[in-house]
Ligand binder design. Structure first.
Ligand code: CAO
Length: 550
């Protein structure tokens, strides 16, 4: 008989049991997951250390457990018992040994590290950290390429063994010189991932001790990062929600490695699956149900024009030389979100122009006034204030259609998403309570969030909860465009470049600075007349912002 014990949880204690995967009487194989634990950082499947029959289980969903707690008994066969005893003994020694190894590896890793300096440091190799004993782990995603500027906590690789998904952070900031691995490669502790030109004054290499701890503790504290220094007997995985999923998913995905593997095999996007487990955790049954639903909703053929005809597959190489460039996560998530929006929302765009001559003079004055404080106002924060007031005036624009399409959910808060163009693609930080903030506060918040978005460090929570979106292409040019509504929001405003135009004032043409507005709206919720009124209200507020600022 083998006692089932919670293995070393890498320092975590009182971890919640969120799923029981077996019942007494079940025959299990060695390494088969028995129960699932979850902290706010990681999900861990606790595997059987031997094959056998589950005799009893002493935990239930919701219980809190710590390393060493007994959670049941396993009737293992005689040969398995011996092996098991030996393994248990090894496991007891494992943490100490592992720490030694990790420290040694970390110390080795810093041999090549440059001394403390604020001068540009020499290029360094970023290597695979301790993988908790796993070797030859498959690279399932490479998230950086040569030339990318990356932050210390930015994920560079995603690895997946049959037990765990792990995001590997860079460990230090800098510019990627070259990447040494590709998807499908198998990697182990110490393998070189990439060559990095560290950012000047990079704190990670400030000294041997700092380097050692940085290398040993590769797991960042961010919620989206993986627990990479997995203890030997702990199988860790994480909800690998990245910024990429923000437009297609409003919640973090909770799913274990086996479920993730199944989802990949079926080509299922986990963000589209509703989880039936605790905390919306996705189970294998959920994946199966999702696939069945999808299959039954796909028409066998579309001869009569119903359904969506596929785009023809063309062998472009027949017409000349071609090469392939994979889309990164953000672009793939945006593509999914745009398709969802395009297929679900019957949308119309209303065009308008606002005379912002006076606003522009005021903006310039304020820029001079605030220059000493390093604050620079662009037109965007003023437009956000006008939007917030118009949303208060027109509640149906500050609403979402219920899932059954039967009612409007009216929001009593005014959170506005602002599209930010980043090197990796489009991200939409949300400015909360725009109606309650000053233009100065909005300017500072937008500057900070746009900066974080461009560095790939914007937390997921800062991209959720928007009621309406603003997309400003005015800094680039153009006279108008048709922004796509970001459901479940019902409208989005596009800004194009303001230009001086001759405007008839009743007696003469006068030069006025005109800002083009493009308001796209969900025609299921908003009528054309209502959209024209909303757009005109924006024009009114932008022409004389005194009403808004009061
Ligand atoms: N008309 C004329 N000039 C404008 C303008 C407009 N509508 N909007 C901005 N400008 C000017 C700014 O005043 C600034 O000029 P100065 O430096 O001389 O003051 C310059 O253009 C650059 O502005 P900016 O675009 O960098 O900054 P912003 O505050 O206006 O916008 C942000 C911030 C985050 C909205 C913007 O940087 C951005 O990322 N825009 C792209 C959004 C996008 O990709 N939308 C498409 C989504 S759908 O695919």
């Amino acid at each position: 008989m083998t006692t089932l014990k919670i293995p070393d949880l890498g320092g975590a204690s009182q971890v919640e049991v969120i799923e029981i995967l077996v019942s007494p009487g079940d025959t299990v194989e060695m390494e088969q997951a028995l129960i699932v634990l979850e902290t706010d950082k990681a999900t861990m499947e606790i595997p059987a250390e031997a094959a056998g029959v589950i005799k009893n289980l002493s935990v239930k969903v919701g219980d809190k457990v710590s390393s060493g707690d007994v959670f049941g008994e396993l009737d293992s066969d005689a040969s398995g018992t011996e092996e098991n005893a030996a393994e248990e003994k090894n496991a007891e020694n494992a943490p100490a040994e592992e720490q030694k190894t990790t420290e040694a590896q970390a110390n080795n890793a810093v041999e090549s590290a440059p001394p403390q300096t604020t001068e540009p440091a020499a290029a360094v190799d970023i290597v695979i950290p301790d993988l908790g004993g796993s070797e030859q782990v498959e690279v399932i995603e490479v998230q950086v390429s040569a030339g990318d500027e990356i932050g210390a906590e930015q994920t560079v690789l995603v690895l997946e063994s049959d037990k765990a998904s792990m995001e590997i952070p860079a460990g230090q900031a800098g510019t990627v010189i070259s990447v040494a691995v590709k998807t499908g490669d198998k990697v182990s502790n110490g393998d070189v991932i990439l060559k990095l030109q560290p950012a000047a004054g990079n704190a990670v290499y400030a000294g041997k001790n700092a380097s050692a701890s940085a290398a040993a503790e590769v797991a960042p504290t961010e919620k989206t990062a993986a627990q990479v220094t997995t203890p030997k007997t702990t199988v860790a995985t994480v909800a690998t929600t990245t910024a990429a999923d923000v437009r297609s998913s409003t919640t973090e995905v909770h799913a274990g490695p086996a479920v993730r593997k199944l989802a990949r095999e079926f080509g299922v996007d986990l963000a589209q699956v509703s989880g039936s487990g605790p905390k919306q955790r996705i189970t294998k049954d959920d994946i199966q149900r999702h696939v069945k639903q999808r299959l039954s909703s796909v028409p066998a053929s579309v001869p009569g024009g119903s359904g969506i005809p596929a785009v023809p597959v063309v062998d472009f190489a027949r017409f000349g030389e071609v090469s392939e460039s994979p889309l990164n996560n953000i672009k793939r998530a945006t593509a999914r979100a745009m398709t969802t929006a395009w297929l679900n929302v019957p949308q119309v765009t209303q065009f308008d122009q606002a005379d912002i001559t006076d606003l522009e003079n005021y903006r310039k004055q304020q820029n001079e006034r605030y220059a000493r404080q390093g604050i620079k106002f662009s037109i965007v924060p003023f437009v956000l204030k006008a939007i917030a007031r118009a949303l208060e005036d027109f509640p149906s624009f500050n609403a979402s259609l219920s899932a059954d399409g039967e009612k409007l959910i009216l929001k009593h808060y005014v959170h506005v998403g602002v599209a930010v163009d980043t090197p990796k693609g489009l991200l939409v930080p949300v400015i909360r309570d725009v109606n309650q903030k000053s233009v100065t506060q909005i300017t500072q918040e937008l500057t900070d969030k746009a900066e974080l978005a461009r560095l790939g460090k914007l937390p997921l929570a800062d991209m959720q909860g928007g009621c309406f979106s603003l997309s400003s292409l005015g800094g680039i040019g153009g006279t108008a465009f048709t922004p796509i509504v970001n459901p479940p929001e019902v409208a989005i405003l596009g800004l194009s470049k303001a230009s001086m135009q001759p405007v008839w004032d009743g007696t003469a043409f006068v030069p006025r600075l005109m800002l083009p507005l493009s308001l796209s709206y969900d025609h299921r919720v908003i009528d054309g007349a209502e959209a024209a009124r909303f757009s005109q209200r924006l024009v009114m507020y932008l022409q004389d912002l005194r009403d808004v600022l009061m």
